[in-house]
Design a protein around this ligand. Sequence first.
Ligand code: ZN
Length: 198
Amino acid sequence: MSLLKIRYYPDAVLKAKAKKITIFDSSVRKLAQDMLDTMYENDGVGLAAPQVGVSKRLMVIDVSGEEETPRPIVFINPEIIERDGEMTGQEGCLSFPDVFFEVKRASKVVVKFQNLKGQTLKLTADGNLLSRAIQHEIDHLDGELFIDRAVSQLKADLEMTKAGFREGDVAELERELELEKEAHTISLTQTANQPVAL
Ligand code: ZN
């Protein structure tokens, strides 16, 4: 077992678009195994190669719970070919320790990918953690980060500041967030009270 060093924000490798894998040899198998070991060691459910400094289109996911038998899935060159619906939920990222906030994602995704033998497979995930993890990890392969998909940018800024990833006044951000919540409540109330034509 070898553990890899996780790259943290703002490491440049996290913003790069990763390259397609064309040769399915033992080095790819070793990378996948090392990434799984690293993911389990850090209590993650997903890890993309750029997060360990390798700019290649490979990611690993295991959403089985602690008590269950591990069910690792290795995705090579994954591509979402269908998406449907919407879901909002808390997300974290191994490249941003201690940062969690709500992110909106498609509910259902159909993903086409290759396995370690280079065979093409298709997988459907709907309304669950697997669906969320697939979308989060594919974003990593495109150099996209979850901080840019926050439901509330202010909340993301607050969590990033608290965790020390950016400079800022935590108290000030908390006040602004309260105002944002109030404004949201008011606008929801107004919408609910508006007469509707059916
Ligand atoms: Zn991540």
